[in-house]
Design a protein around this ligand. Structure first.
Ligand code: ADE
Length: 237
């Protein structure tokens, strides 16, 4: 992890995915940039900037870049929901990313499929120290049948539902655990800007035909409370 005084960025795609974090910030101030509310405050004595990015890789990249360039964020954590693709990954489980890929990126035949052109990488690694801290916080925050997994998350500008869409991603990335629409974009911004980052996702569906069913209720009843518990523990430690 970066040794500078931490200035935290906490991102989610949708407001519910940040849990109660925004309400727990002390002395909050809001800056509206590019249609997003960047809320700065103090949490357990640390400076935090919380923001909802909206859905998709472009929205996520714009928001992450703004956090870093305008607000000096030097540690970035993304939380939210994802579709489970790993065999052992069930609805309600939690996945902490060790690596991320953009499953919909291909500049073939100019570059190998999946490789980020001119960066020369397909998989982007999360910061090990921040990821370990997030994993410990997540482990303590699990309830009931929830289980914690860690490994590869794939991101792309598609909501994945149905066997064929899901299988196409598994075929290219057999070790993939989960799919979502922002993480790898934030990973690329952080990699290129030299900012440590970590990603946590609660599994809202298993990317099958019923993936969108109960989505909003799941975010409210399961993902939001989990995010609240994880972030409280991350900052307590
Ligand atoms: N986020 C939650 N579920 C998802 C899915 N099935 N595909 C893409 N993003 C998701």
């Amino acid at each position: 992890m970066n040794k500078a005084t931490p200035v935290w960025g906490l991102m989610a795609a949708l407001p519910e995915e940040l849990g109660d974090l925004v309400h727990r910030l002390q002395a909050p101030t809001t800056h509206r940039i590019a249609g997003r509310d960047f809320i700065q405050g103090q949490l357990q004595g640390q400076t935090v900037h919380a923001v909802t990015a909206r859905i998709g890789k472009v929205a996520a990249a714009l928001t992450a870049t703004t956090l870093i360039e305008r607000f000096g964020v030097n540690h970035l954590v993304f939380v939210g929901v994802a579709g489970g693709l790993g065999q052992q990954v069930r609805r309600g489980d939690v996945v902490v990313a060790h690596e991320l890929v953009q499953h919909d990126l291909s500049a073939w035949p100019l570059f190998p499929r999946g490789e980020i052109p001119l960066l020369g990488k397909t998989r982007l690694s999360c910061d090990p120290t921040l990821t370990q801290a997030l994993q410990i916080a997540a482990q303590e925050a699990l309830v009931g049948e929830q289980r914690l997994h860690s490994g590869l998350i794939a991101s792309g500008d598609q909501f994945i539902q149905g066997h064929d869409m899901a299988q196409r991603i598994r075929d290219h990335y057999p070790d993939v655990l989960a799919v979502e629409m922002e993480g790898a974009a934030v990973a690329q911004v952080c990699e290129e800007c030299g900012v440590p980052f970590a990603v946590l996702r609660t599994i809202s569906d298993v990317a099958d035909d019923g993936a969108a069913h109960d989505f909003v209720a799941f975010m409210r009843d399961t993902a939001a409370p989990l995010a609240s518990r994880v972030l409280a523990r991350l900052f307590a430690g």
